[in-house]
Design a protein. Structure first.
Length: 74
């Protein structure tokens, strides 16, 4: 995908109380998907910073690792 788009995604920092089968809406927030090369190689932008993310096609959700997946600015 080459176009940016906004979507509601599960954020790692909010997922402490998340059930693996049913994400709580309180654990989700709006992010911008900047690059989606494949389901395991996604770059998302959240509050002006870029993070690594994945897409789960079985539940059609993005999971953004805003805890450990920060992409360093050059």
């Amino acid at each position: 995908m080459s176009q940016k788009f906004e979507i509601t995604a599960v954020r790692n920092s909010l997922s402490a109380n998340r059930s693996p089968n049913h994400p709580n809406p309180a654990n989700m927030d709006t992010v911008t998907i900047v690059e989606h090369t494949d389901n395991n190689n996604v770059i998302a932008e959240y509050k002006g910073r870029r993070y690594r993310a994945i897409f789960n096609p079985f539940v059609c959700e993005y999971y953004v690792d805003d805890k450990y997946g920060l992409i360093a600015e050059n």
